[in-house]
Design a protein around this ligand. Structure first.
Ligand SMILES: Cc1cc2nc3c(=O)[nH]c(=O)nc-3n(C[C@H](O)[C@H](O)[C@H](O)COP(=O)(O)OP(=O)(O)OC[C@H]3O[C@@H](n4cnc5c(N)ncnc54)[C@H](O)[C@@H]3O)c2cc1C
Length: 464
């Protein structure tokens, strides 16, 4: 149970955000005490601002009273970043700031409030032939603010890049309540430090993002999606490298291992071949039908040459949607196999994937707990998910040791801890191991300069 907030502070928050914009009953607070992980922490109050000015006033009250402020989108995070871990604090939830403020077709840009659900933004711009490419698998239950704060990726990053590649400018409430505006519509802008880049992936530790100006591109007119099934995961990884070595850049190259395929099929009954050792979803897209089809055929041929036993091309939109439904269902379907899962997010140089997969399997065998492997193989971004039962102490102890080994494998291969989920609480112990003391010191100094009272999402990223 969290702390109880003083009435005088609740009253001030109510004056700012209205009675329906402040939650403080135990039942309401419980709803904001978790995210996509198994971490928990109860806030003292939740405030749902409707404007940047309200967010700024909330932070001023928090700063005056030295109360932690934890920004929250939809709580889909996989690093416990939106969980209040330093006893209580105010969760600022952006779900009521969910308007699309402007679509500028001439400059291919869109201005949105931070709480817009990513899928809703995508659907809206696609109606007029534009395209917002970043597509985390949580697209229907995550916000643009949360995506920017974590620099979210997704299956389409291989060709289109991550969220940060689409952020042109931000409105940010700083730790003292001041409102900072960064960037703008010009594509080129080197006037001063890249503050837009600084706040992107800052995980709520440097400021509250209230608005964003995002870059759009033309919607690809043709898309081809195929499923290649392999008898060995090693061959599937080799196919990824061979496709890219040929100069083909698919929008997506998604890898799923045997356990992932079995879990999806058990949960969704989509007709996937459960005796395949691994599958690749290969999607090519673009403006020219012949080029798109040609790339898809070449990728299919390479899959066959590297050992795919079948390559099935989706014949219509329904089949294509089925393949993506399968991919997006992996995470939720794992719940059928074990009460808990810990999903990691390591990224390694692509060429190292076969060796890293082999090492992950070795870790799984040594500890006797399953590791399901899937991910954005084209980016070298793997999501090894350890399945376990947190109620069993010995399993939880094994999981912690396994995580440490998984990070060791990634770093030894020249990779990194996280490709898209961020550091939050869960990767804090490994932050310095991954970056080295000089980088951590520079980042600490940035944090101290922007948030000297350490009220913005304390207890995240850095080991105190
Ligand atoms: C099934 C599933 C699939 C997923 N797939 C992907 C994937 O493919 N790619 C990917 O990158 N991630 C994925 N994720 C992780 C998660 O969805 C992303 O990290 C997402 O960007 C979080 O958005 P959110 O709105 O839910 O943010 P939250 O979880 O609420 O917050 C995440 C972090 O951002 C900060 N934050 C949130 N809003 C703001 C704001 N307005 N200003 C400042 N800081 C803020 C929080 O303090 C916290 O540190 C997945 C999660 C699930 C559960």
């Amino acid at each position: 149970m969290g702390e109880r907030m003083e009435n005088r502070i609740i009253d001030r928050l109510v004056r700012i955000a209205g009675r329906d914009g402040v939650l403080h009953t135990p039942e309401d607070l419980a709803v904001y005490s978790y995210d996509g992980t198994f971490a928990e922490g109860v806030p003292e109050a939740v405030v749902l601002p409707q404007t940047t000015e309200q967010a700024s006033e909330i932070v001023r009250v928090a700063a005056e009273n030295r109360i932690p402020v934890i920004a929250r989108g939809m709580g889909s995070g996989l690093a416990a970043g939106s969980i209040p871990v330093c006893s209580g604090g105010i969760v600022v939830s952006f779900t009521r700031m969910n308007r699309i403020l402007e679509i500028d077709t001439a400059n291919s840009a869109v201005r949105v409030e931070a709480g817009v659900v990513t899928a809703e933004l995508q659907a809206e711009v696609e109606k007029i032939g534009l395209f917002y490419p970043p597509d985390p698998s949580s697209i229907r239950h995550s916000t643009i603010g949360g995506n920017i704060a974590c620099n979210a990726g997704g299956p389409r990053c291989l060709k289109y890049g991550v969220t940060g590649n689409y952020v042109l400018g931000l409105t940010v409430v700083l730790a003292d309540g001041k409102i900072l505006k960064t960037g703008g519509k010009p594509i080129k802008d080197v006037t001063g430090y890249n503050l837009t880049g600084l706040f992107t992936s800052s995980e709520g530790t440097l400021g509250l993002i209230t608005e964003a100006l995002l870059r759009l591109v033309a919607r690809p007119r043709y898309t081809t999606t195929a499923l290649a099934e392999f008898d060995s995961l090693d061959n599937a990884s080799r196919a990824v490298n061979a496709i890219l070595a040929e100069g083909i850049v698919p929008a997506s190259l998604e890898l799923m291992d045997r356990t992932a395929i079995a879990c999806i099929e058990e949960a969704m009954h989509l007709g996937l071949n459960t005796d395949a050792a691994a599958s690749l979803i290969v999607e090519t897209d673009g403006a020219d039908e012949r080029t798109v089809r040609g790339e898809a055929e070449a990728a299919g041929r390479i899959c066959t040459e590297t050992g795919a036993r079948t390559v099935k091309v989706a014949r219509n939109e329904a089949e294509r949607a089925g393949l993506w439904k399968a991919r997006r269902s992996i995470s939720p379907s794992l719940a059928r196999k074990a009460p808990n899962k810990l999903g990691e997010d390591i990224t390694v140089p692509r060429s190292a994937i076969p060796q890293v997969v082999e090492q992950l399997r070795g870790i799984s065998a040594r500890y006797g707990l399953p590791i399901v492997i899937f991910g954005h193989a084209g980016d070298g971004n793997l999501h090894p998910n350890i399945l376990f039962d947190k109620r069993k102490r010995d399993e939880w102890e094994k999981v912690q040791a396994m995580v440490s080994e998984i990070f060791g494998v990634a770093l030894a291969a020249g990779g990194t801890l996280s490709g898209e989920h961020g550091v939050g609480v869960l990767k804090r112990p490994y932050f310095e191991q991954a970056l080295g003391p000089v980088s951590v010191d520079v980042q600490r100094r940035i944090k101290q300069a922007l948030d000297p009272l350490n009220i913005l999402n304390p207890g995240k990223m850095f080991q105190d």
